[in-house]
Design a binder for this molecule. Structure first.
Ligand SMILES: [Mg+2]
Length: 211
């Protein structure tokens, strides 16, 4: 029997992209001309995070665009995105036991830094797949014959649940718990798993020991 194949999201699962995003504005805050429209930078850390696009709303459209074009338009920005504690190690453990493909909607400029990170892990990741939109992830994961997908975006999990009704993802989609995905729209039923660390997935996927 072939090994289960897992499509693994990176940002807000393995990487703390959000921390890098917030720091970018905090570091520029002393300079009134650093980004297009001044706003209360301190409000970023206090913001309610119960929807996926909360950052865009707090910083505003003009600053959001500036962020993607200027700091996040540089490969060096992506190289500096911190890791979530323990998750690179858990991702490597998964990659040694299963077929793990990295499935991300990071922009083109992030590809080389992402490949560099993957190479540094000394883990047998099966490849990097980049989709234009998060909405393309489930189709990509299904096309790659993945048995499951791990993501923090509620809409991706909801899409995967719909696919699961046609028996893609035999072990069910996996939501990586974050404040913005506490509600998964499941209008037509279907199931998913919720984890708060990749280590939980390592444990859940381990074969049960029998005496
Ligand atoms: Mg993500």
């Amino acid at each position: 029997m072939s090994r289960p194949r897992i499509a693994l999201d990176l940002d807000e699962v393995v990487f703390d992209w959000l921390e890098a995003f917030i720091r970018t504005f905090e570091e520029e805050d002393g300079d009134p001309d650093a980004f297009p429209v001044p706003f209360d930078v301190a409000s970023l850390r206090a913001a309610r995070q119960d929807r996926y696009d909360w950052m865009e709303h707090v910083v505003g459209q003009a600053n959001w665009r500036w962020f993607w074009e200027v700091p996040a338009g540089e490969a060096s920005w992506w190289r500096a995105v911190p890791l979530r504690v323990g998750e690179a190690e858990a991702a490597a453990t998964l990659a040694h036991r299963y077929d793990v493909v990295i499935l991300t909607s990071r922009p083109r400029v992030a590809r080389v830094p992402t490949l560099e990170w993957m190479a540094d892990q000394e883990a047998p990741f099966q490849g990097l797949f980049v989709v234009e939109q998060a909405g393309d992830k489930v189709g990509a994961a299904a096309g790659l014959a993945c048995d499951t997908l791990v993501d923090d975006r509620a809409s991706v999990i909801a899409d995967a649940i719909l696919h699961n009704r046609t028996s893609f993802f035999p072990i069910g989609p996996v939501v990586y718990s974050q404040p913005w995905n506490q509600v998964i729209p499941r209008s037509r039923g279907g199931d998913y798993r919720r984890i708060s660390s990749l280590e939980e997935l390592v444990v859940q996927m381990s074969p049960r020991r029998t005496k």
